[in-house]
Design a protein around this ligand. Structure first.
Ligand code: BES
Ligand code: ZN
Length: 635
């Protein structure tokens, strides 16, 4: 069942193998270190996941057969989650994660003999362990369950919240630890399962998952799915609604509501090119198809890399393909994240930092270096803001995090994304692009379909790239980037030629040149974003009106431009933008936009009142991921 990867062999040599993926270790019980295999020794030392109750070294699930029905009237998912399990310790229990689930019955074996179970105490963020009584030889358990109103992964949309306005819609968001709110599951990124699913939905709707998907609606409302590649639980995903499919290339296509599909096909026409560029960089795409699902605007993230089917916000439908780096990002996760996975949420930078690095490489491949440079500079600005927010000495500004006792959502900052990216760019600079690409190729191949962690990555880096060279080690500066707060002092600051031109125009405006005479021809939304971010905190009504008249910011169809502009209109009480702001906040549920806008509003007493008034109306449209953050901010 278990085959040794080349890298595991390599680690065996170092006595490190066991720290690889807990779930895959072999199990004979042995007593002394001498007689234990290196893997078993490692098993004992393996870092455990503080965000899961599961004990995969004792009993672990390998495959899930999900059989569920989606009930829009009750807003409930109910059915059975059956697992093929390995009782490694030959003990008498297996533990799954649950949060807010009603567990109705649990059975053992294919013949479904009822067994006993208990739900342990509730822990904040984590939910309750489901402890199931099993026999030493048990290899299959079935959990009959239903979701409750507290299922934070689920957003049930009424028809008014969709583009078509006729049918309800449902989507899940499992990352980081919300899969357990809609499926009883061993909810740790260090554990992988394959799955099959049967999902019953209302006849007029279609269902899609992070799996092999239908391309057409059928007339029974019953859909089956297969995911043959093993994935971590946070990539379990389901969406149900009135959707259609249109192909882009042979291997790529788009699902969206009928009202949105054509705009999406135009916007993402380059996704096939991105796939070609990505494969050229880091090797074959391992998941067969790559499709997108465009969600209604309440989707709380920009994108979510659900395997085979990225979920994406419609706020990137800018009509000019200017925000598609987000697709490059989610596609890149097919390597960094989905193929080679952060083993715990403390290692989140391995998912996101690598993905940002890879995203910029894909964009450079397709649009050239000048384009990727702009993204880097914007990312660097985001990073600076995050460092200011968290404080330069905050432990949360280290790449390797310590999220014990906290919601892993707290690790979701630009540290993982941009500090992670700049660390990798720094290594690239030190060893040269060619060597670094070879190294990354090997890394993805070696750890494919496994979980990794910061130590394993760094061991691989030392072995494959540093190779004892002290000068290289010093320049790469692992300690400074990974374990030290803030940024190493000597880090290279990204620059952009195209932004230099924006800065010139900006200066000209500041020294009195009228806005409508500025050189802004051919600016992309990135240049506009840079321009808007440079605006001073204090501006006169006249200045704001002049810019608005010249460039139409308040009526922009570009969500990034709008969200950046609103920060200035709020600060300076430019009421001409109030209606557009209201529309934006009541339609869009993307947390990355909502948080800074509500924060800007809440900065003054009058603004805070206004924020609360809008929030009451807008909240029914937001996903729990967003309201959990905003509730805390606006109470
Ligand atoms: N995997 C993340 C989203 C995520 C992370 C959800 C952690 C829940 C917990 C996804 O790949 C992502 O990074 N999305 C970004 C877009 C990106 C271009 C930076 C987003 O949603 O803004
Ligand atoms: Zn990401």
């Amino acid at each position: 069942m278990y085959t040794m990867t080349p890298y595991r062999k390599f680690l065996l040599g170092l006595g490190l193998a066991g720290s690889l993926q807990l779930g895959a270790c072999s199990t004979q019980t042995t007593t002394t270190d001498e007689t234990m295999t290196a893997e078993q020794q490692g098993m004992a030392q393996a870092p455990s996941d503080v965000h899961s109750f599961a004990k995969p070294a004792e009993a672990v699930a390998h495959h899930l057969d999900l059989d569920i029905a989606v009930n829009f009237d009750q807003k409930v998912i109910s059915g059975k989650a059956s697992y093929q399990i390995e009782n490694k310790a030959k003990g008498n229990e297996i533990i799954f994660d649950t949060r807010g689930l009603e567990i109705e019955q649990v059975y053992l074996g294919k013949e479904q003999t009822p067994t006993t179970f208990k739900l342990g105490d509730e822990k904040e963020f984590l939910g309750r362990p489901l402890i199931i009584a099993i026999q030493p030889e048990t290899d299959y358990v079935t959990i009959q369950y239903r979701t409750t109103a507290t299922a934070d992964a689920l957003q049930w949309l009424n028809p008014q919240q969709t583009a078509g306005k006729k049918h309800p819609f449902l989507f899940t968001q499992s990352q980081a630890i919300l899969a357990r709110t809609w499926i009883p599951i061993q909810d740790s990124p260090g554990i992988r399962i394959t799955y099959s699913a049967k999902v019953q939905v209302p006849k007029e709707l279609m269902a899609v998952m992070s799996a092999e998907n239908p391309q057409q609606k059928n007339n029974t409302g019953s859909y089956t799915f297969e995911m043959r590649q093993a994935i971590p639980s946070y990539l379990m995903a389901l969406s149900v609604g009135d959707m259609v499919f249109k192909p882009i290339g042979q291997q790529t296509g788009i699902y969206a509501e009928p009202a949105t599909i054509d705009a999406a096909v135009y916007e993402f026409a380059e996704m096939d090119k991105m796939l070609v560029a990505a494969e050229k960089l880091y090797g074959k795409y391992r998941w067969d198809r790559y499709d997108l699902l465009v969600l209604p605007p309440s989707f709380p993230f920009g994108g979510m890399e659900n395997p085979r089917l990225t979920f994406v916000t419609p706020t990137v439908l800018a009509k000019d393909r200017s925000l598609t780096s987000l697709i490059a990002h989610e596609l890149a996760h097919s390597w960094s994240g989905n193929l080679v996975t952060n083993g715990t949420w403390d290692d989140f930078w391995l998912n996101e930092g690598f993905t940002v690095y890879f995203e910029r490489r894909i964009m450079e491949e397709i649009y050239g270096k000048d384009y990727a440079d702009m993204l880097n500079v914007l990312g660097y600005q985001d990073l600076q803001h995050t460092l200011e927010d968290l404080g330069p000495n905050s432990d949360d500004t280290r790449l390797k995090l310590d999220l014990e006792g906290r919601d892993p959502d707290e690790g979701l900052t630009d540290i993982a994304y941009e500090k992670g990216n700049f660390f990798l760019q720094n290594i690239e600079r030190v060893v040269g692009r060619e060597r670094f690409d070879q190294f990354l190729n090997k890394y993805f191949q070696t750890f494919a379909f496994q979980s990794t962690n910061t130590d394993l990555f760094l061991d691989f880096l030392r072995k494959e790239l540093i190779q004892g060279d002290e000068k290289i080690a010093e320049q790469i500066n692992i300690e400074g980037w990974v374990y030290t707060p803030g940024l190493p002092e000597d880090h290279a600051k990204p620059t952009s030629k195209r932004f230099a031109q924006v800065e010139e125009s900006f200066k000209a405006w500041q020294s009195g040149k009228p806005a409508n005479q500025l050189q802004t021809k051919d600016w992309s939304s990135h240049e506009w974003l840079h321009f808007i971010r440079m605006l001073p905190e204090q501006m006169s009504q006249q200045q704001l009106a002049e810019l608005d008249k010249a460039f139409g910011f308040t009526n922009s169809g570009n969500s990034e431009v709008l969200a950046a502009w609103f920060i200035h209109t709020i600060r300076n009480n430019y009421t001409a933008a109030d209606q557009a702001l209201d529309n934006f906040l009541t339609n869009v549920g993307r947390r990355k936009f909502l948080v800074p806008i509500y924060k800007a509003l809440a900065a003054t007493p009058a603004g805070k009142k206004k924020a609360q008034e809008i929030y009451v109306r807008a909240k029914p449209n937001y996903h729990a991921v967003s309201t959990n953050t905003l509730d805390a901010m606006l109470k």
